[in-house]
Design a protein. Structure first.
Length: 249
């Protein structure tokens, strides 16, 4: 199927690589006009710092100047600093909360009047980190920010409903993006072996995520708001044991 986002203007943050780059490609293939943005402009993205309100406001204005409307806001950009809670500096905590949670507030706030006008859609990116604790990855700030994103999604779904704005989140599990490869999937990291504990038996790819994003941003999801769709191969809902079962086969 194609053309599921035909005629829609979609703003996607963090389009320089990873899930954002894949989303841009897929949204265009589905007929959307995509206005991307990223801190990294080396791939030709518009400059955007999602932690900075003036930068967010300028990005939204550029999109309006170019396309006159916003139908979809896809809050994908994020950055994280992991540490054990007693080693986490306040600076790194704040860096993570700014990049992952302030960012969503700022883009939603600034896009809101335009989404009211179009009766548009917001898609936020949570994480299984916002739903579960982890014995393998010490990630207090990331868990707090992604849990915050999921809670914020529900509140904005309530505030958006009277205006016809739908607000949902997706929560990926372990997706083998450049960002993940730099830390959690680096050779020394214990998370590298995590695929063994994923019931579907492998890490996710960007292409596992984009169809869910297309669906939630399309009119096919017209009656879905406040949802958090987990995309994790069953990781967060099935107790470890997949490896043992494989060994017993
Ligand atoms: N990869 C995973 O396993 C995984 C799992 C769950 C959730 N997520 C979430 O998915 C989203 C995308 O992650 P990814 O794995 O593709 O990451 P990535 O690091 O590969 O790409 C993130 C992109 O966001 C951009 N970015 C970072 N800070 C920014 C800022 N302040 N302003 C604008 N752009 C900024 C980066 O330059 C980069 O292009 C993030 O919100 C992340 O938390 C990822």
């Amino acid at each position: 199927m194609s053309g599921r986002l035909q005629g829609k203007v979609a703003l996607i943050s963090g389009t320089a690589r990873g899930q954002g780059a894949a989303a841009r490609e897929r949204f265009v293939a589905e007929g959307a006009t995509v206005f991307g943005g990223d801190l990294n402009t080396s791939t030709g993205e518009a400059h955007l710092d999602v932690t900075d309100e003036a930068s967010v406001a300028a990005w939204i204005q550029r999109a309006i100047d170019a396309h006159d409307r916003i139908d979809i806001l896809y809050n994908n950009a994020g950055a994280v600093r992991f540490a054990a809670v007693d080693d986490q500096s306040l600076e790194d905590w704040r860096f993570t909360l700014a990049a992952e949670l302030d960012s969503v507030f700022l883009t939603c706030k600034r896009a809101w009047p335009h989404l009211k006008a179009s009766r548009g859609v917001i898609l936020n990116v949570g994480s299984t980190a916002g739903l579960t604790g982890s014995m393998t990855n010490q990630r207090a700030a990331h868990s707090a920010s992604k849990g915050g994103v999921i809670a914020l999604t529900r509140q904005l779904a309530a505030e958006g409903a009277p205006h016809g704005i739908r607000v949902n989140s997706i929560s990926p599990g372990m997706i083998a993006t450049p960002g993940a490869r730099e830390n959690l999937l680096a050779p020394h990291h214990p998370m590298r072996a995590i695929a063994d504990a994923i019931p579907l038996g492998r890490l996710g790819t960007e292409q596992d995520v984009t169809p869910a994003a297309v669906f939630l941003c399309s009119d096919e999801a017209a009656y879905i708001t406040g949802a958090n769709l987990v995309i994790d191969g069953g990781w967060s809902v099935v107790l470890p044991g997949a490896q043992q079962m494989k060994e017993n086969e």
